[in-house]
Write a protein that binds this ligand. Sequence first.
Ligand code: NAG
Ligand code: NAG
Ligand code: NAG
Ligand code: NAG
Ligand code: NAG
Length: 626
Amino acid sequence: MASFISILLFLFIVVGGITPAVSQPSDPSEPMCYDWGESSDASVSVMEGEAGWLSCPLFSHPSVYNYSSTQSAGHNLFWYRLPEGHDLEQPISLMRFSSCSSQLSRDRDRLWLQPAAAADTGLYICMLRNKSSCSKISMRLKVLRPDDVVRATDCDPPVAVAASQVVVPLQEGGLLDCPHLQDAAKMADSEPTVTWHRVIHTGKRCEQDPFWKKDREQRGSSLQVHRMMDSYKGLYFCRVQYQRRGRSLNFTRSVNVTTVYPSHLPKEPSVLQPARDQVFTVRRDMEVLLVCRGLFPYLDSPWDIWWTVDGKTPDQLQDRHRFSTKNRLVKDDYGDRTEESTLVIQDFQSEDLNREFNCSVRNGRGSDTRRAQLKEEGEEVSLPSVELGCGLGVTLVLMLLLFVVYHVFWLELLLLYRSWFGTDERDTDDKEYDVYISYARSSEEEQFVWSTLCSVLEEELGYSVCIFERDSLPGGTVADDTLNCVARSRRLLVVVSPDYASQGSQALLELKAGIDIMARGGSLRVILVQYKPVRIQGWVRDLRRARVALVLVRWQGDKSRELTSRFWKRLRVELPVRRVSSREEGWRSSKEVALMRLQSESSTKSQTGLISNTVKDPQTVFRCAA
Ligand SMILES: *[C@@H]1O[C@H](CO)[C@@H](O)[C@H](O)[C@H]1NC(C)=O
Ligand SMILES: *[C@@H]1O[C@H](CO)[C@@H](O)[C@H](O)[C@H]1NC(C)=O
Ligand SMILES: *[C@@H]1O[C@H](CO)[C@@H](O)[C@H](O)[C@H]1NC(C)=O
Ligand SMILES: *[C@@H]1O[C@H](CO)[C@@H](O)[C@H](O)[C@H]1NC(C)=O
Ligand SMILES: *[C@@H]1O[C@H](CO)[C@@H](O)[C@H](O)[C@H]1NC(C)=O
């Protein structure tokens, strides 16, 4: 009786918790029958026209309920059928060795369909009965047409049964056996024949995999893979054909071949994350996630990844409600699995910091454990430090930007500033000239002074220029006149060149006068324009002494000819402010309009608009060059 109860219990579990319905027998001499309902696991699909079978689900665990022992206990197995659309069970009358014409036949606990016909679809019931006890269970059979089968492409033959999985490591050999071949062999009159094939889908065409002998070949009923390649993975089909009672029968099965890394590679699992030096930053009263990743090289054995807290799994803890774990597969690379286990800790407490959080991995070859290092985030310190860091970073970037802008555009900025805020010296003094030009009277310098310096200053930039040879009043002594002229100018422009000292006293006189007035605070500034490079030793003594305190603007040949060049900007910064908006009338204001036009022209003409080309008024040139 105890064994009967255990059988009942077992069935209760196996069939999935279906409560047996006790059907009252019509014949009082017959025992009550326990109906276990429909077994969902046992449903069977068969292709129409192919051979197939049903196994009574009562015997799915033979160690508990085995066919031979029930037979010896005087049980009989009966099959019933409930065709689709019917509600009356029909007994299937079968003899152990049924006639040739019958397509249904029984072999021990199996009901064979050789072959299956579309009309066979329906519910099948197997009943195990002796005089005093009875149990029955039902299962569903589906006979499929090719259109009912989901296939990757039309190239694949329809297969009613899910593909079996075979793993062959790369570069290694493997043997593919056709599933259910042995079942057919039991029913066949002679040895079944098996044909293997594989379809390669090339665009719209279906091609047979030629199975080059080198790597793969059919050996007997199996397909032998000598050396596995990545391209060999996929679905393989085998067709089993056999003869039974003069009838030719067949069925097709598929094998899904996958490949993994070779078996000689190391197979020990390892903890990838947390890394050895990784520190998890945690915050009190917050949810904390500790992520562990383990690498499990392909191995046909169970594996596991788990967290422990002080050596206990989270559900062994006193405060287990605060802990939970989530596992997922991250990557499957040729069978090498990267698995992730996340330990979620609610309301992280400060005493949790002292606990030992370990992540462990294990498979059939070994194990690995890594402790997670935790560090509390100093809220008061780190949050402002982040903001401070950001602020500092932004400030630094801005400063750098300003620095760069200033260094590239400082002359322009200075000129702009002066044009807005600079005071016009003409309002505050009673000087006659803006610029007095002092230069060595050699032909080259003269050329530069007259045709470039003077003409641009006067005509383009609107300054009034005093040149001794042109502007001194006739009749006086040279020395007096020079002093006079220099004193009536706001700037003394000294054109420094190798000839400056050697070429006579006029230039030196001008320089002395200028430096004297400047030293006496007499509203005159001396500017040095270096026309040609001069070694400092070659300079006259006064110049050498003055050089330290004076501004030097270098003429750089053709590069400096353009009005937008550095030379002119630099010079304009040193010269008195000339605002574009002019208060003066007459030729000066028209000159300024011309200047504005010229400036915009020269800037649009970019590098080509040289000053010498833009000076078009021949009279201007004449006046300066006179
Ligand atoms: C398999 O059996 C069915 C039904 O008997 C038949 O129509 C079909 O031709 C057979 N296939 C092969 C390849 O023999
Ligand atoms: C079934 O029972 C018989 C005897 O009753 C025993 O010899 C056999 O090993 C059992 N089969 C299985 C699979 O347990
Ligand atoms: C019927 O089977 C049950 C359990 O398998 C067994 O206990 C009982 O003795 C059998 N009854 C007869 C009459 O053989
Ligand atoms: C073969 O098996 C692999 C791994 O289980 C699976 O990803 C793939 O989809 C299967 N292919 C087919 C055609 O069933
Ligand atoms: C936790 O892991 C470390 C190594 O990372 C190990 O030394 C320690 O013994 C482990 N603790 C437990 C309880 O397993």
